[in-house]
Design a protein around this ligand. Structure first.
Ligand code: C5P
Length: 241
């Protein structure tokens, strides 16, 4: 499992005296990233978890995982890049450079999604047995409108055809490696890994994501995440992909 957590948190309004990186902000009594890692670390089907981090966060990360020896599946931090895509590519390169057995499957999960349930991870893993690229999505409940110039509306999109994309996204490792190499060669940028698979003309298999799996993006999201963390069943229902 690769966990990109090397963002600058530029949209995250930092609480006074809080950490630079939103993934290290406290949630239910501990840094949010510990929840993210634990969701995977706890599963017998997961062999290794690698966090991709910004060098400036290294000391804070060491502090967040001061009980490092208890996290037996957690490998060394990987240094991330300027964009999320760079961070994931550097993560894949680190796996390639590692000696030993290469993983057949890789999951990529945003460090900023600390509330992902075991059921969702299992859904992705189960689908990976028959598909080489798996992406969790949720339906869109609001009416979606494009923004036109000068505060005009650019029209309404058909929400029945739209889905919001989440992580963990699961891949047969060689396919994801190839997708990242090709994107880098072409200078293509994407905000998720699934998009890089699609731009090679390959199919993505969609599974149901879940509403509790929010991405902590702005500071107010932490209060919401806190509430969700205190309600373990909320938002775990599998809404049809
Ligand atoms: O920016 P966004 O919220 O989409 O980031 C999703 C995840 O990617 C976050 O966990 C963030 O830390 C990570 N990221 C990264 N390297 C970057 C930018 C974002 O690992 N350069």
């Amino acid at each position: 499992v690769l966990i990109p957590a090397a963002g600058s948190g530029s949209r995250f309004l930092k609480p006074e005296g809080g950490p630079r990186n939103k993934v290290l902000a406290p949630l239910a009594g501990e840094p949010a990233l510990r929840h993210t890692v634990r969701a995977f670390h706890a599963l017998p089907t997961v062999a290794t978890v690698r966090i991709i981090a910004h060098p400036e966060d290294r000391a804070a990360l060491d502090e967040a995982f001061a009980d490092r020896s208890a996290w037996t599946k957690l490998g060394p931090w990987i240094v991330g890049g300027a964009e999320r895509q760079d961070s994931v590519r550097l993560g894949l390169e680190a796996l390639e450079a590692d000696g030993g057995e290469k993983p057949d499957w890789v999951l990529v999960h945003d460090g900023a999604r600390p509330l992902c349930s075991p059921a969702l991870i299992h859904r992705v893993l189960t689908a990976l047995q028959s598909h080489s690229a798996v992406v969790p999505v949720v339906p869109v409940f609001d009416t979606v409108r494009k923004a036109g110039p000068q505060a005009t509306s650019g029209g309404v999109m058909d929400r029945t055809q739209l889905r919001l994309t989440q992580t963990p996204q699961g891949f047969h490792t060689p396919i994801l490696v190839q997708a990242h190499r090709r994107a880098q060669a072409d200078g293509a940028q994407a905000t998720d890994d699934g998009h890089l698979i699609e731009r090679m003309g390959l199919a993505l298999h969609l599974v149901a994501g879940e509403r509790r799996n929010i991405k902590v993006t702005i500071a107010g999201d932490l209060a919401l995440a806190e509430w969700i963390a205190a309600h373990p069943e909320w938002g775990t229902e599998a809404l049809l992909p």
